[in-house]
Design a protein around this ligand. Structure first.
Ligand SMILES: [Zn+2]
Length: 161
């Protein structure tokens, strides 16, 4: 990966990052080394709705579905089938993370950019969390309480309180 500030995220740090509003991250299978890079962006007009895409080629992202109230699902516009490996991996990861469960044999790497605004992360604390100093205060903090709140989320505004 090109960005040297990418970092491994785990546990309670993952979900606030994914739902930050503008996140880019890679899921990597520890066993096989297979990796997929995703982009999750918040819908501007619909709080609590996020669009998920997967990198399919050089800087070309393909739409795979939405995250609504913390749950991923395909839509009519999805460019991949439910059984496609990048879709299966994404769905499994999100289900585990929203349940506060670990993701055995799967690594979660952020791309060195803030999960909320997409700017490059430079401060070590920010790289460790995946959120810039200003954005970290606006996104639910890296705690288990935050995850529980997100699993019952009604709107993105709740997440950002
Ligand atoms: Zn930011």
């Amino acid at each position: 990966m090109a960005n040297s500030n990418e970092s491994l995220l785990a546990g309670a740090k993952v979900l606030p990052f994914i739902l930050g509003g503008k996140s880019t991250f890679t899921l990597r299978s520890v066993k096989t080394g297979t990796r997929y890079t995703y982009r999750v962006s918040a819908a501007k007009e619909k709080p609590g709705l996020f669009f998920a895409k997967v990198l399919a080629g050089t800087d070309s992202y393909v739409y795979i579905g939405v995250i609504s109230k913390g749950v991923f699902r395909l839509t009519a516009a999805s460019k991949m089938a439910e059984a496609a490996v990048p879709v299966v991996a994404f769905k499994w990861m999100l289900e585990r993370v929203t349940a506060g469960a670990p993701t055995p044999n799967m690594e979660f790497w952020h791309a060195g950019k803030c999960g909320r605004c997409g700017r490059k992360l430079t401060v070590p604390e920010s790289i460790a969390c995946g959120l810039g100093p200003e954005c970290a205060g606006k996104v639910a903090s890296c705690s288990f309480a935050a995850i529980r709140r997100i699993t019952s989320i009604k709107s993105r505004n709740e997440l950002l309180k």
